[in-house]
Design a protein. Structure first.
Length: 529
């Protein structure tokens, strides 16, 4: 009959010695929690029972170890979420189950050059320690063994080539004679080691010892793997939270659609921009959803056609603009959603560009007005001297390239100072504007008319010889003042020059026309020379 103490209770077991010398015990189920202390007594005085005593003691020892391991397994869910707590439980169980003075868990760094102690339990003192480091450069044989050996079974740690490196620094000071170290693996890679250190002489580690060491190392790997998984889950949750915050913070409406045409995610801005609620997003996009969205566009057919094209071509990327029935302008971007080399969906982003387009339109108008200010004379609304000269240079290059002729006329209002002195400058300005209108109305649209300065004007008759230019100016002289009869009468004189016979540069042509203008003035004015 056997008895053990379980907590504050004592339980009795019935045992029978088998023919092979082993003691068979009947253990009741549900022994309870807490440490188990087994006291063995063999009833009867027969010699066979006495001879079986060592086997019974071994069986009792084995049972006690099994109960300790079972208790650790039973309580494991309580502390596996706390790696530090889990490792403390593992080292305590390892020390007691294998009957060693010291048990410890070490972790190897990413460079595989340093082992750091996460937890060391001293069973005699009942304390936990940590923060000890071992360097691969000091203990190279041990570090190599961790990478290649399934288990480091050092019955005589002082002689074993894998552990004798520790004699001076570790084994001798601690009185350690045997070591049983089980590498801790996660994903097939060694990430640490569970050490069992026997204080005393050499010890032969049994197969049961080795099996239990592997089991405890496996639990340690679960603790590390669980922590890594939780870190990964926390990191993933953090990344998803940042992604969601980013999606919600952007001014664009964003929606993702899988390859089957179902919406997988969207932000609030997308709903606001399209004026829909999330229940509209249920079902395939090319069904009722497409009708709802298309109805909000001025051209529903165009919107529908573009969407169908996008879903027909999985890798299509593009940008399109849609005018909405509420007078907004929406710009849409579509890109394939890649997972590695596989397209798993599409990402659509929508931006309200109504204000942007209004600003661009205003800018274009402003630029147009600015160009008008730069190229147009504010009084006569004719081209400025600078612009006409720039265009004249361009015409010279074109005429030279195609072997063409054109004419340049320099015109001047006769006795214009007398008009200002007699009628005032306002009337003089009106005469200048009127003459400018006459010139613009009587020449061809392709000709250039500009105010050269004061009461002087420059006309470039594109593609016209001097004779045709002279006839056009004669017609203007005949009709002068007809557009503004309320202005005082005036006459004008002009000088003509022809490209290339009178010059091949702008300066030469203007000088020649100017000379002929003064010839007209000296000849009595109101004429073209």
């Amino acid at each position: 009959m056997l008895s053990w103490g379980l907590g504050m209770r004592t339980m009795k077991l019935r045992g029978v010695v088998q023919p092979d010398g082993l003691l068979r015990l009947e253990v009741p189920v549900g022994g309870g929690a807490g440490e188990v202390a087994v006291a063995v007594s063999i009833e009867g005085r027969d010699a066979e029972a006495a001879a079986a005593a060592p086997a019974a003691a071994a069986a009792t020892d084995r049972m006690q170890r099994e109960l300790q391991l079972l208790e650790l397994a039973r309580q494991w869910p309580r502390f596996e979420a706390d790696r530090a707590h889990a490792l403390r439980q593992i080292t305590e169980t390892a020390a007691r189950a294998l009957g060693v003075r010291r048990a410890s868990v070490w972790r190897i760094d990413a460079a595989r050059q340093v082992l750091r102690c996460d937890d060391l339990f001293d069973a005699q003192r009942g304390v936990h320690e940590s923060d000890v480091e071992l360097q691969a450069t000091v203990y190279p044989a041990y570090f190599r063994a961790l990478e290649v050996d399934d288990l480091i079974v050092a019955d005589d740690a002082l002689r074993d080539p894998r552990t004798r490196e520790f004699i001076d620094s570790y084994l001798a000071p601690q009185g350690i004679g045997a070591m049983l170290d089980a590498p801790i693996r996660v994903g097939g890679h060694v990430i640490g080691v569970l050490c069992h250190e026997h204080v005393g002489p050499a010890r032969a580690w049994t197969l049961e010892d080795q099996k239990d060491a592997r089991l405890l190392a496996g639990l340690a790997s679960l603790a590390f793997e669980g922590e890594a998984r939780r870190r990964g889950e926390d990191k993933l949750a953090h990344s998803l939270s940042l992604l969601r915050a980013t999606l919600e913070a952007t001014a664009d409406g964003i929606v993702t659609v899988d390859t089957q045409g179902f919406i997988t995610s969207h932000n609030a801005r997308f709903l606001d921009m399209w004026g829909v609620t999330s229940d509209v997003l249920v079902g395939p996009v090319l069904g009722e959803q497409l009708r709802v969205f298309a109805a909000k566009c001025k051209d529903p057919a165009e919107f529908r056609a573009r969407c169908e094209q996008v879903f027909a071509e999985s890798t299509l990327e593009g940008v399109a603009e849609f005018d909405m029935v509420d007078r907004r302008s929406i710009q849409a971007h579509v890109r394939p959603q890649w997972l590695g080399s596989e397209v798993v969906g599409r990402v659509f982003s929508f931006r309200d560009i109504t204000q942007q387009k209004a600003a661009e339109s205003a800018l274009r108008e402003s630029e147009s007005r600015l160009r008008e200010l730069v190229t147009r004379d504010p009084l006569t609304e004719l081209y400025t001297r600078r612009h006409v000269l720039e265009r004249l240079e361009e015409e010279i290059k074109r005429a030279a390239r195609y072997n063409q002729v054109f004419s340049v006329a320099m015109l001047d209002l006769d006795h214009f100072k007398d008009i200002n002195d007699t009628y005032g400058h306002l009337v003089g300005d009106a005469v200048l504007r009127g003459f400018g209108r006459e010139l613009s109305a009587r020449v061809r649209d392709s000709d250039l008319v500009g105010r050269f300065g004061g009461e002087e004007f420059l006309v470039v008759f594109l593609g016209a010889p001097q004779s045709l230019a002279h006839a056009a100016l004669a017609d203007i002289r005949a009709r002068r003042g007809s557009s503004m009869p309320e202005n005082p009468p005036y006459t004008f004189s002009g000088g003509l020059a022809e490209y290339p016979s009178d010059g091949t540069t702008a300066e030469e042509l203007i000088r020649r026309a100017d000379v002929r203008l003064y010839e007209a003035k000296r000849s009595g004015r109101d004429r073209i020379v």
